[in-house]
Design a protein around this ligand. Sequence first.
Ligand code: HPA
Ligand code: ZN
Length: 346
Amino acid sequence: MTLHLAPERLPEFARGLPKAELHIHIEGSLEPELIFALAQRNAVTIPYPDVASLRAAYAFSNLQSFLDIYYAGASVLRTEQDFHDMAWAYFLRAHTDHITRAELFFDPQTHTERGVAFASVIDGLRRACARARSELGIEAELILCFLRHLSEEAAFATLEEARPHLGKFIGVGLDSSEVGHPPEKFARVFADARRLGLRAVAHAGEEGPPAYVWSALDVLKVERIDHGVQSLKDPALVRRLVEQRIPLTVCPLSNLKLCVFDDLRAHNLKRMLELGVVATVNSDDPAYFGGYLNRNFEACVEALPLSAQDLVTLARNSFDASFASPQEKRMQREGVDAFVARFAQG
Ligand code: HPA
Ligand code: ZN
C-alpha cells in the first residue's frame, strides 16, 4: 500500500515515525549548558566566558574547523558520571524524537589522551544505555571510533585497552579529519577488530573522495558507510552500494553546517532514494549542527521533494541498516507499520 499525504502533514508524519539513529557522536550531543555545568563540577577552565559566546563560536567552514571546537568541548568530561550524564541527556532528547534504537559513536582517544580511564568512559556510557532500555524503551549500543588523524599504533593501543570490555560495545568506526587519512591507514586494526567479532563502519566520502568509500568497503570491509555523500560522483560505486545494499548514514544538517552542501535544497538525499541507495537520516553532532534527529527530518522535508513513502523508506532503512538482531528488526519494522497505519486512519 502506498501512502499519500498532503504536504502540510509531512513534518508531523516524519516526527512521529519510529526510527533508529545510527550516526551520532555522543560527544557531539554535549550542549553548551552541560559543557559549562561539567566545567564547573570538574574545575576545568574553557576559553569562553559564557554559554552564549560558546554557541556563537559554532560557525564552521569545514570539518576541521568544527573538530577543533568539538575536541575542546569534550575536554570537560572527566568522570564516569560525566559520561553517563551526557548520554542520558541525549537519550531523553532522542525519546522525544521517537528514536527506538540508537547506536552511539564514542571517541575514547579524545579522553584517554587526557588521562581519563577507558573504563570511566565506557562504563558511564553503558550505564546510560541500560537506563535508556529500562526507562525509555530505547535499544542502545556503542561503537568505538578510532581517530584517523592519530597513528595506526595509537589505534592498536586503543583496541588493546578495549579488549577487557568487549561485551560492552558492538563495533568499531573511524572518524575525525578525513582528507589525508585514507582508510588504508587502519587496515590492520580493522582486521584485528573483525577477528574479535566486532562489526565495522567508517566515515568515508564526507569531504573525501569516492576512492575512500571504495577502500572503506574493500580494505576495512565495513558494513555501513558514514556520510558517503560524495559516492554519487562515481556511478560504479553507486551500483555497488545499491546491489549490495550497503547503507549510508547521511547527516543533512551536519553537511549544511560543515559546508559540504551550500544549501539543503542541493543535498543529494532524495537522489539517493531515487537511485535505490539504502540511505538513512542522522544528526551526527546535534549540539553543534543545529538540531537533533527530528530537526534533520523537518529540514529535509522543507528543502527536498520527499514523499510520505520516502519518509517510510528512511525509517525502515534505519532499522534494516542497524546492527539489531533479526527479532528486534522485525519488531521495530512492525512499529513503523503500526505508526503508518494509525496515521493513515486519523
Ligand atoms: N566527521 C568526522 N569526524 C567526526 C564527525 C564528522 O562529521 N563528527 C564527530 N567526529
Ligand atoms: Zn560523524
